[in-house]
Design a protein around this ligand. Sequence first.
Ligand SMILES: [Zn+2]
Length: 296
Amino acid sequence: METPGSQTSLHRANLERVVRAVRMAGSLTQAEIARSTGLSAATVSNIVRELKDGGTVEVTPTSAGGRRARSVSLSGDAGIVIGVDFGHTHLRVAVGNLAHQVLAEESEPLDVDASSAQGFGRAEQLVNRLIETTGISPEKVIGVGLGVPGPIDVESGTLGSTSILPGWTGINPSQELAGRLGVPVYVDNDANLGALGELVWGSGRGVRDLAYIKVASGVGAGLVIEGNIYRGPGGTAGEIGHITLDESGPVCRCGNRGCLETFTAARYVLPLLQPSHGPDLTMERVVQLAREGDPG
Ligand SMILES: [Zn+2]
């Protein structure tokens, strides 16, 4: 029997700290693990050896600051994870492993706002098709991360506002998808997940506070404060898209007038610029042109 504070439970807690640090970062050197967990270099070295022998992590030679180092990442064989992203106009599914490698990815156009049942049906089909094409055994799938284009009340798992995704009223997205796929599903707002992606792999690496602004069919933001996603009451902290800029402005899909989204989302910005900049203009290109000082 384990008692709190015993050698065994202390060892297990240290083991979990190392695995959590590596999982969050994707890959870390042993020195970085020691820094982020507060464990000694010798303890980290012993734990990494134990995890490697058990097949949980992989250790590859690398260099850090010109010195030889060992890079630790979770083993690709340790489990398969699936990402499902609902946008306002698309569905995207990715299959990856715990080493943060994407093995397959596909997206298809879908009017997600119209009907959640149709959306979940298509997601189920696409997930099963990708599992089949990658040749992965379905038993290896340990969980699904689900992004939805609306505020999520993480405690209840339901949408924090019904006006932003009217076709989803009364739906619990994670329960709905978990029931269809038979594995645990973790849900969050898509802009929060975008912020998390930047924090782990992108321009937010090594940063404690950041704002991720998403401008696509919808407009939203993900906020990271002190290294954690800040969701706010009902998950609505990043919902900047439906802030009123002009009370007599164009009608928004949420029912109000002149929301930030009606001036900045792709479907409003692109038609304004396409006559002068060509029909193939994308939001990515618009941002690039703005950086280059394009007058439009
Ligand atoms: Zn609106």
